[in-house]
Design a protein around this ligand. Structure first.
Ligand code: PHB
Length: 390
């Protein structure tokens, strides 16, 4: 009798214990943030993490009555690691959302895990058009490469650029850049005389730049991912190509705000198209740039930071609407969100889950002693052209 009572008490305590645990879990909303925080693409991870933390500092860590817990993991920029970390975050940590993804292959490796586990996956950095099609659980807050390079092709064709050589990093967003810029530019009467692809890792631009020089184009069109533009521009100037009258036009990652001011005069006059410049003239952006600088020893936020900041906003608002539920309810609440970002107005297209926002044509200028991407033309509410009719 006594023994049975004891057993009952033990069982009740165990039940209460596991209930307590379940309750504790119910009271958290976990975001698994996977980023390259070391290795060649660490600048992307650092910008993004800083912006995510800024959003949380400004908006509190409670949403729908739950405590937001950020679990940050470093994938070093390698897809097998991203995939393993995503699997662990979903199964062991039971995160409600996966976020980050500094490069396209890292997002692509994770997409099947998002699908299998029905976990919304917010792509805050990677920009190849097809990423949103890799899983119905992907939502993108960065940008798409076709979205920006087609705008640049329109600008180039109207501004006395007839003959270009393209030089891109040899992986998915580079191929998107080459294809979408080239097709639009040729359709508008331009000529692409040569298409060059340079390895993504440890690129040596010299032999490629020699080919560009020999082809004597009006302009070099180029794409390299965030953080890599300094090496490219340095080698461009070392070969005297700016002096030889070859202009540079580029996907905006090349003059990324994180590194732009250290590029020196060779960057002056480089024309790019992109969705975000730290020089964007709006009250929302000014306060974002100021707050980011204050929290990060004066650092300037780049477009990666904005992708992270807006991504957190999409996650917070969705969690509020789903009352802290994950899965399909959370995904549903991400679709169609529309708000003013530091980049300008943006919407998550409810059909494609991709970002619709303004694309700006910019040129590098020295203002107040520093280099900035000055926006001088705006294409409003640009959808990803790779998804037209979808
Ligand atoms: C990408 O891998 O999709 C990517 C990374 C960095 C960029 C742009 C695209 O700046």
């Amino acid at each position: 009798m006594h023994k049975r009572k004891l057993l009952r008490t033990v069982a009740a305590a165990a039940l209460a214990g596991s209930l307590g645990l379940a309750l504790a879990q119910d009271n958290t909303f976990k975001v698994g943030l996977i980023l390259p925080l070391t290795g060649p693409f660490a600048s992307t991870g650092k910008q993004l993490e800083a912006a995510v933390r800024l959003y949380m500092a400004q908006n509190g860590d409670t949403v729908a009555g739950k405590k937001v817990v950020l679990v940050v993991k470093d994938d070093t920029g390698q897809a097998e690691i991203t995939k393993r970390l995503a699997q662990e975050l979903v199964t062991a940590e039971k995160v409600q959302v996966l976020a980050g993804f500094g490069l396209t292959p890292l997002a692509m490796a994770t997409a099947p895990i998002a699908t299998q586990s029905k976990t919304p996956m917010v792509v805050m950095a990677a920009a190849t058009a097809s990423i949103t099609e890799a899983s119905p659980y992907v939502v993108r807050t960065s940008f798409t490469v076709p979205q920006v390079v087609t705008v640049l092709a329109d600008w180039a064709a109207k501004n006395n650029i007839h003959k270009v050589v393209t030089l891109v990093s040899d992986y998915a967003p580079g191929v998107d850049s080459e294809t979408w810029f080239g097709q639009r530019f040729v359709a508008l009467g331009g000529t692409v005389v040569e298409t060059l692809r340079v390895p993504l890792r440890s690129p040596d631009f010299a032999p490629f730049l020699q080919k560009v020089r020999d082809a004597k184009p009006d302009a070099l069109f180029t794409f390299v991912p965030a953080g890599v533009g300094t090496a490219l521009m340095k080698q461009f100037s070392e070969r005297g190509m700016d002096k030889a009258g070859i202009r540079v036009i580029a996907e905006g990652s090349v003059t990324d705000d994180d590194i732009l001011d250290n590029m020196g005069d060779v960057a002056l006059g480089v024309v790019t198209a992109h969705h975000y410049s730290a020089a964007h003239n709006s009250a929302v952006n000014k306060s974002f740039v100021e707050a980011f600088g204050k929290a990060n020893q004066g650092a300037r936020p780049n477009f990666m930071a904005v992708g992270g900041y807006d991504g957190m906003r999409v996650i917070y608002e969705a969690a509020r609407a789903s009352k802290g539920e994950g899965g399909d309810a959370l995904l549903q609440a991400m679709k169609g969100q529309s708000f003013e970002s530091p980049r300008g107005p943006m919407t998550i297209d409810p059909q494609t889950r991709d970002v619709v926002h303004n694309i700006y044509v910019r040129k590098v200028e020295r203002l107040g002693g520093q280099l900035w991407n000055t926006e001088f033309q705006t294409f409003t509410a640009v959808k990803d052209p790779a998804k037209m009719g979808k």
